[in-house]
Design a protein. Sequence first.
Length: 233
Amino acid sequence: MLNTAIWRVAGIVLLLVSSLAWFAPPATAQTPELCLPATPETGVAVEASPEASPVVALPDTDLAWMNVQDALATSSADLATVALPDLVHEELRSYAEAQIATARTDLDSIETWRSTLYPDADFPLVASLATIFGGKQQLDLPAGAGGTDAVGASSAIQALCSHPADADMLYLQASIDLAQQQVELAQVAVVFAEQPEISGYAQEIIEREQANTGQLLTWQEEWLNPAAATPAG
């Protein structure tokens, strides 16, 4: 069983390496640069295995999850930065501003732990993704739409750049997707991380993003179906 699990992780690594032609680090610039002409998807898509693997120890899960969460936090801040100028609902504007602040807190915490716990580590994001997606398979967590996993929100950012009039609905859906990504990947860290502060922080992110998802879904229902949200009479 252990050999089977190792071969599965090795297969994920090969898929990730083959996807590098489409991968670019998350953008951190201001809105004009984030709205460059559309390019191939930022993030890596990984084919999901229909079979669950036995749960075995994963190497370097703490560092791998920090690297992936770093990318997700950066993507969340970029998404909010692009959306903010065109958002109409004040509640959503406040949410986007809060997401930028939250992302900064996440990034600061991750950098502190990374420099303290792994000062000399060189663990590329592609290897980090292989580790975390391997953990998802072991925990039998579902893949995203189309049987793939994708990290980040570059497609949503480009959609916001191209269709600013639809910013509220586009940002809502992209934020829901990004929150769900963070929940699923943090579940891997909760199970496999060795450092208690890392697994504890991952649990905090799960609770935070589940609450965010609930609020976002409520707004989506109210704003897409205002009649259903208004009491009769």
